[in-house]
Every structure is written in C-alpha cells, then in structure tokens.
Design a protein around this ligand. Sequence first.
Ligand SMILES: N[C@@H](CS(=O)O)C(=O)O
Ligand SMILES: [Fe+2]
Length: 247
Amino acid sequence: MAHSIVDSSDTDLEQERYLRDATHHFRGIEKPLKYGPTIETLNDLITALHKEFDTNYVNIEMVNHIMLSYKSHPREWKRFAKFDRFKYTRNLVDAGNGKFNLMILCWGEGHGSAIHDHADSHCFMKMLKGDLQETRYEMPCSKAIEMPNVDIGEVNGDSDEEQEFEREQLNVVGSTTITVNDVAYINDNLGLHRVENPSHIDTAVSLHLYCPPFNECSVFHKNSGKRIKCPVTFWSKYGVRQAESKK
Ligand SMILES: N[C@@H](CS(=O)O)C(=O)O
Ligand SMILES: [Fe+2]
C-alpha cells in the first residue's frame, strides 16, 4: 500500500481554514451532546480536546460539549489560578500543539476587560468559580477603514460618511451573567464583548479555549468604534509565573 507523505504544516493550515470558516455558522450549544464522551476531570478535558484537534475537521460542537461537560473542581485548577491586584490575569494551561489555547483567567473583585474581538477565532468561556457579566456589542462597520492596507481608492472619501465612521457608537446587543459551569461562546461574526466580575467581595475564575490560538486582538473604543490592535500575554504558563520580558 502506498503511503503519501503529508506535510504537517499543510494539515495545520487546512485545520485553520476549516475553523475560521466554521465561525460563520457555529453559534454554540446550550446542552452537552447525548453521544459525547464523559468528562470527569480537567485532565479528561485536556485529553478529549487533544483528540478532537487531531483531525483537520474539528467537530466544534464536540469541543463545546467537552467544555460544558466538565464540572469545576477547584483542586484540579488551583495551581493555574494566579491573581494580580490590579487587572485580570491570563494563565496558560495547555498550548494544544499550536491548534488551540486553553487558559484560566483570574478576575479580582470588580476587574473587567475592555471591549474586544477574538481575532477571528472561536472563543469558549466556562465559569469555574464566581460569576461574570458579559456585555455584547455589534461589530462596528468601521472595520475596513481601520485596516492599514486598504487602498486609498477603495475608501469612500465622502466626508459626511467619514465623520459617521469616526463617531460610530458601539451598540449593546445584550448582557448576561454566567455562573459556575456555564459556557458562553462568541466569535467575531457574533460581535464583540466585554467581561466583568460584578462582585466587590468575591473573585471569579474562568476557563477559556481559543481556536485557532491568537496573540493579538483588537480593542474598541465605546463611543467612536475605533479599534486598536493589542498583544495578549500570559501572566503564567503551566502554573509558573512569567518574567515580565517572557509574557
Ligand atoms: N478574551 C479575553 C478575555 S474575556 O474578557 O473574554 C482574553 O482572552 O483576554
Ligand atoms: Fe473575550
């Protein structure tokens, strides 16, 4: 039998293309699948994710199932949960062979994120402890005008329109509170969001899965819709605090 040699970078690209495409139709599932595997521990969750991402055609519903099925056990994730006094932290749990990033986010009392996108990736957010409030916004249509490489001829120079672009308020589309073991799902086709720990007495911890992984995303200004690209960094990796330069 003839075996063809498959270049792994080609298969990685194929998977990436497939995942990006799926952001156009996948909206998240609310209940675990009937036929999905049982996920008892954080290790089960990681093993099941690696299995899913072994194929080019990742079953994104199954990824959602895996995140929904896990029931939070603080003893399993405690070693990754590192807090900062001033802002939420991002702590890498598993780099998914470059196919996904699994991380634990730690939110001190009142901590929140800016309005942001998810770099054209899938974002699953599961509560492990406490509550988080998620506010969603429409993606502003000023997107194109902020792209550095757009040819001048492609931009409509009509000054009224340009002013509108500059003044575009972001529209809120909804707000929900997610509590322990809930999973929220978002991608750029569903809009933008900002997340906040509404409690002033309790911390919150969430488990995030991004696929494909990304190291920068856009942050949006609420009143103008203006976007700024921002790098995203890790406060710790595999339970070890990162030196400032290595984040
Ligand atoms: N997407 C954000 C966290 S959240 O506010 O959804 C991040 O990765 O830092
Ligand atoms: Fe987010």
